[in-house]
Design a protein around this ligand. Structure first.
Ligand code: ZN
Length: 165
């Protein structure tokens, strides 16, 4: 399984000097390490060796887990893996794919709200990405609007605005 820390660190429960430096530099977080350890334990019972865990983001009520691999692997059959993660972290967990299709990443994050589309517009000489969602789905969003915009902004490294139609 791919995680942001070394396998040996996950096994020993302690970060090596290299990973400690990454932690200090903000490249990885304590939450990343925690999630990696939980996933290793889960891997002893369910085979998720092919899973690739990139980063965990604490969104308050929800922890967002990003993978470059298949989202389904970390969700598990009948949602078993995601349920264990959620139980261990004491928060709701959402798995999203990153590094590939931007539209797919956004759809994973806003689920169960439906993504109608994304548009890029120039505003005052800057590019702004408008993420269009169905107004009826506003109540189904996993997060409050400012947090959601903030997450999308940091993830997509783009100025993001949500719009409801
Ligand atoms: Zn390490």
């Amino acid at each position: 399984m791919k995680t942001p820390v070394c396998d040996s660190d996950v096994r020993s429960g302690e970060l090596c000097s290299e990973c400690r430096a990454k932690l200090k530099a903000g490249k990885i977080s304590a939450l990343d390490f925690e999630v990696a350890q939980i996933l290793f334990k889960i891997n002893e019972r369910y085979n998720i060796s092919n899973a690739s865990f990139n980063k965990a983001i604490d969104l308050g009520r929800v922890v967002l887990i990003l993978t470059t691999g298949e989202v389904g692997l970390l969700i598990g059959k009948d949602g078993k893996i995601v349920a264990e993660l959620s139980h261990s972290l004491g928060k709701k967990v959402r798995i999203a794919e990153t590094g590939g299709d931007v539209k797919k990443t956004i759809a994973d994050i806003v689920m169960p709200a439906r993504l109608l589309g994304i548009n890029k517009v120039f505003h005052d000489g800057r590019e702004v990405m408008t993420v269009r969602l169905a107004r009826a789905d506003m109540v189904h969003l996993p997060l409050d609007l400012p947090s959601l915009e903030q997450v999308l902004r940091s993830l997509l490294e783009d100025d993001v605005k949500l719009s409801f139609e």
